[in-house]
Design a protein around this ligand. Structure first.
Ligand code: IPM
Ligand code: MN
Length: 352
């Protein structure tokens, strides 16, 4: 029997509620496919920070390195100033564990939940490969003359050949394995960001021409990309982009696939510890009411199993989610599902 160790960070707000349901469904898959899943829960988040002043202690980070995967609920607490937990926990884990890919599938399971007119599941099925360790997120920059009329604020976009190249290679490999249209779109801003996206564009074509001749290369400016997401989402197969653009376009991606209730992502280090999470936040106003949609966390669990190589078990979770979404759920929004958070978990687990 294959056995896997999983670190679990329920985190803030509704995070613990949705990770509980994800675990329920993972356990159903484990029973069916003879896997042993061992969970270690970590008390990380706003409450702990308020209690101890620690966001993500070095000792915990060191423990995380021993796990192949982490399941994360949500980070963000109304009593903690914005930025502290995001930088101290989420971004710190992404950077220190070198999770240099943020993989965000955008897949519509039922046209009832698509806000775009006349778009069907076959039209919305693409994946965004977001660079996750560089760009505007490194914290490089600073102030000059802070607080005066002459104040200067700099926020620098860091793009290294190594960082860009490993992201592009991951995206090319992913496009090849996905076997959909074998098309990779670079989303950038070559007309304005003439240093950063010059590097991205050169590396994209060099690598593509040399090592991935079977993959079609396509380019779209990021502003146009948002337009196509709405107008012609069926044009996309895999999109690769930098950290900031990837952050922005995947919120739009989440909406076209039915909203934050269903959107999941993976922070991936292909040879290290990867972390899977619902894309939505901690939703403090719904905390403890049993109304939050756990499907995004359940889909994060599916991605986690897939990363571990348990493709069949992962696919079984996806099939169960699709059936539940098509046949049972009334809405993907919190409080409107027609079921409570734990009922959704129970029903998807039963369908697995
Ligand atoms: C996301 C989030 C984070 C990001 C925030 C919470 C730091 O928006 O995962 O997309 O900007 O990456
Ligand atoms: Mn975001």
């Amino acid at each position: 029997m294959k056995s896997y160790n999983i670190a679990v960070i329920g985190g803030d707000g509704t995070g613990p509620e949705v990770t509980n349901e994800a675990i329920k469904v993972l356990d159903a898959a484990a029973r069916k496919f003879d896997l042993k899943l061992n969970y270690t829960k970590y008390d990380i988040g706003g409450e702990r920070y308020l209690r101890t002043g620690e966001a993500l202690p070095d000792s915990v980070l060191a423990e995380f390195r021993k796990f192949p995967v982490i399941l994360l609920g949500a980070i963000g607490h109304p009593d903690v100033k914005p930025g502290i937990l995001e930088k101290g926990i989420l971004l710190r884990a992404r950077f220190e564990l070198e999770q240099y890919i943020n993989l965000r599938p955008v897949k519509l399971y039922d046209e009832r939940f698509c806000p775009l007119k006349d778009k069907k599941p076959e039209d919305i099925d693409f994946v965004v490969v977001r660079e996750n360790n560089e760009g505007l997120y490194t914290g490089a920059g600073g102030f000059v003359f802070k607080g005066t009329q002459n104040e200067v604020a700099l926020q620098e976009s860091v793009n290294t050949r190594r960082g860009v190249e490993r992201c592009l290679r991951y995206a090319f490999d992913f496009t090849r394995k996905r076997k959909k249209d074998k098309k990779l779109t670079l989303s950038g801003k070559t007309n304005v960001l003439t240093y950063a996206f010059d590097l991205w564009e050169r590396a994209f074509h060099e690598i593509g021409q040399k090592d991935y001749p079977d993959i079609k290369r396509d380019y779209a400016h990021v502003d146009a990309t948002t337009m196509w997401f709405v107008k012609n989402p069926e044009w996309f197969d895999v999109i690769v982009t930098d950290n900031m653009f990837g952050d922005i376009i995947t919120d739009l991606g989440a909406m076209v696939q039915g909203g934050m209730g269903i959107a999941a992502g993976g922070n991936i280090n292909p040879t290290g510890t990867s972390m899977f999470e619902p894309i939505g936040g901690s939703a403090p106003k719904y905390t403890g009411q049993g109304v939050i949609n756990p499907l995004a966390a359940i889909c994060a669990g599916q991605m986690l199993l897939d990363f571990l190589g348990e493709t069949v078990a992962a696919n079984a979770i996806e099939t169960a989610v699709i059936r539940f979404v098509r046949e049972k759920i009334k809405s993907l929004a919190a409080g409107k599902m027609g079921y409570s958070t734990s009922q959704v978990g129970d029903m998807v687990a039963a369908a697995v």
